[in-house]
Design a protein around this ligand. Structure first.
Ligand SMILES: Nc1ncnc2c1ncn2[C@@H]1O[C@H](COP(=O)(O)OP(=O)(O)O)[C@@H](O)[C@H]1O
Ligand SMILES: [Mg+2]
Length: 379
């Protein structure tokens, strides 16, 4: 395997390799066990804790990537079955493209409806798939063909569908039932359904009235334990000839409740701020935090510009509180000059729906910690 070297070892936003990936050993083992034993998995946790990373990590394990074909589709931005089928078809083609197998050669033969996308590269003469969304005329037919194609694979397949709850919002009403039938019929393909909307996901998989009822093993994800993460961060600093105070890492972990993306962002910035051969100290956290917030300010302003005024005042109140309890109480309404309990409730509902805030056991908080910081202190 080619060794990937990056200048900052705190990788954010993508999966590189084992080396830059912290722990998740028991979770990887659990996933592996389900898949190897022919069970599908529903992986449910809040956003940015590490679901997608965990799936890529599993796919990167030698016993998995050497014996299975693995496919990953993120359907967060899709709104119809046509888009779903489009992404799935493209992903399968992209994964198979570099391989030379008899199975690959049958792609356009068995998925006849995607033949419109078949192109020969004018320079290399090699075949490629150049597909537009508009080329999917009958999504159900293409879906049938894709599943028929998968059934002929010369290895078992694993398909991970990220942000799976999205299929509930599709224009077509029967997508869940349709997919469930297809998935149930596939004997050699295992599925991982990942999703961040706990209520919707739980409902899809544990409600007897739903097509996906009992069709997958449910799995949650917690934050990486603080000590484990600290050991990992210390190693990454030391490998690059720098050091870091354990206290600094622990402070960061606690500031962001161990939410992987935010912790990694901060450690990435702290690493960047630490000179060669020097030690990263807890006193640098303030500067790191400020730098990150400044670098994101543009997108925060864009986001705020599309939040209606009534929601904005509630949003700012929540930011000031950090975690807001009893948001419809007289005290809270008075403290932040809000309209009425019912208008607060209406605003909360929309903010939740748009993923701007999240409900925790302790109360509501703004889902993006950096955005929350910015709203509370800079805005
Ligand atoms: N175990 C890990 N070790 C190091 N970084 C991780 C780990 N898990 C996730 N990350 C980082 O956190 C970010 C958010 O994780 P991601 O898997 O995208 O979360 P989710 O899919 O739950 O929203 C990733 O982009 C990655 O940079
Ligand atoms: Mg994800």
């Amino acid at each position: 395997m080619v060794e990937i070297v990056v200048s900052n070892p705190f990788v954010v936003g993508k999966y590189l390799s084992d080396k830059y990936f912290c722990d998740r050993e028991s979770e990887t083992e659990f996933l592996r066990k389900q898949i190897i034993n022919g069970r599908n998995v529903a992986l449910i946790s809040p956003r940015r804790l590490g679901k997608s990373g965990l799936i890529h990590h599993l796919f990167n394990q030698p016993d998995i990537c050497d014996h299975y074909y693995v496919f990953f589709v993120d359907i967060y931005a899709t709104s119809s079955l046509a888009e779903f089928v489009y992404l799935l078809g493209k992903e399968i083609y992209e994964v198979l493209k570099p391989l030379s197998t008899v199975w690959k050669e049958k792609f356009f033969q068995l998925i006849a409806s995607l033949r419109v996308g078949f192109k020969l590269d004018p320079i290399t003469g090699l075949p490629g798939l150049d597909l537009g969304l508009g080329d999917i005329h009958s999504p159900e037919t293409t879906l049938d063909e894709i599943f028929r194609y998968l059934a002929e694979a010369d290895r078992p397949c694993i398909i991970a569908i990220d942000e799976f709850q999205q299929i509930q919002t599709y224009q077509e009403k029967n997508v869940e039932a349709l997919l469930r039938t297809k998935i149930q019929q596939s004997q050699t393909t295992q599925f991982v359904f990942a999703g961040s909307k706990r209520h919707i996901m739980s409902n899809m998989f544990s409600s007897p009235a739903k097509p996906f009822y009992q069709s997958a093993i449910s799995m949650g994800l917690e934050a990486i334990p603080m000590d484990t993460y600290a050991d990992f961060a210390i190693r990454l600093f030391e490998e690059r000839g720098k050091s870091v105070e354990r206290e600094a890492i622990e402070k960061v972990w606690k500031l962001y409740d161990g939410y992987t993306w935010f912790v990694q962002m901060m450690m990435n910035e702290l690493f960047a701020l630490t000179p060669e051969n020097a030690c990263c100290r807890a006193s640098m956290i303030g500067e790191a935090r400020k730098n990150i917030i400044l670098s994101q300010e543009g997108s925060y302003k864009d986001l705020l510009a599309i939040v209606p005024p009534k929601q904005k005042t509630v949003l700012q109140a929540i930011a000031k509180e950090g975690t807001a309890k009893k948001v419809t109480s007289g005290a809270f309404i008075k403290k932040y000059n809000l309209n009425s309990a019912s208008s607060v409730q209406a605003a909360i509902k929309l903010l939740l729906k748009n993923d701007i805030i999240t409900a925790t056991d302790e109360g509501y908080r703004i889902y993006d910690y950096f955005f929350s910081d910015w709203l509370a202190t800079e805005y």
